[in-house]
Design a protein around this ligand. Sequence first.
Ligand code: NI
Length: 424
Amino acid sequence: MATLFKDVYIVDGSREKAERVHMLVSKGRIAEIIDAKETPPTADKIISGHGKAAVIPGFVNAHTHAAMALLRGLGEEAPLMEWLQNKIWPVEDKLTPEYIYWGTLSAMLEMLATGTTCFADMYFEMDRVAEAALSAGMRAALCRGITAGEPGKIERSLQNNLELAEKYHGREGLITVQLGPHAPYTVPFGNMKMIADEAKSHGLGVHFHFLETEGELKNLGVDPVKYLADSGLLDVPYLTLAHAVFLDPDADISPDNITLIHNPCSNLKLGSGVMPLTKWLERDFPVALGTDGASSNNRLDMWEEMRTAALLHKGVNRDPVCVSALDVLRMATYEGAKAYGFSHKGMIREGWFADLVLVNLDNPHYIGVNDENLAAYLVYAGSSADVEGTMINGRWVYKNGEFPTLDREEIVAKAREAREAITR
Ligand code: NI
């Protein structure tokens, strides 16, 4: 079935200016983009924009722990380690595969309704997370969070992660799988090396938390680049470093296989600090945006991350031009897709996948919007309240408050039951 977006604005992180076009989506891809002044192509379904709607690439939430939506609000306003050890880890012990399944689905409702089409998730019981993503038709980059514990735990978790890759990597074009050593402070160095070796031999990426807090930098005991090099992590096919708040922006690491994941709201809420984003952008280093889990954010809303990132660094650097609206739009879309091995996603281009967000511009806060200022309007004036529809692979997964692929009522009821059970 072909869908025509008639007379809409399109913008993405690579366009200096928005364009007013007719855009045809067919067989899951953006089939044709022509000027809005021309005669529109025919289609089974027509979305009439009348120049008062925009289509932007779907957001890629490049670092989250979706099922932690069940832990939202627990232990607010505590430092990272105290929060993890006293509030989060004891409750996580009570999570069952079923709870994780329903918690993930409830997080997916939030993400789809706010325009996210792909999420990078680190957690456990990831088979259930994969099944949740497949049932919704949502893209996901999945890794099993690997942490030390009783003897043999790391080896078992790694095995579990490799089985996840075997079973789901590439499934339906929706899923990619990475290895997920949680962080240097939860995985001993020797095991990190073992995991990097496995990533190399299986051609998998690695997703992990790196230098979120200043304490982690102190406890690392070696230069961060030496740590990454000696563990073999620098040589894995691709590496995503969540947070990197305390990684020196002059660090000698390659932009070819590494992406930093900036989580501004989570870093602010936990009082971790501010990553030197502008320095990384100056050297054209890939940086993607993520929310982190809903228990440290507490939103799963990429609009919020874009706006916060753009404002925060302007303020910290006392420079209104150091991070642009286009920069954060690219970070929220294309950079995340690329970081996790999803090709031809994250831009509005003919032949690319139709992972799209339909934005309603017929709102008072968009008065005055035009092709030159659309990106800035979206980032500074817009919000997820403007999302009218979310499409993945050319299929609506959210439209006008409804979720065509998911049973919202059942998910909310089951997630509520799970929350009650783990906090009882
Ligand atoms: Ni995290």
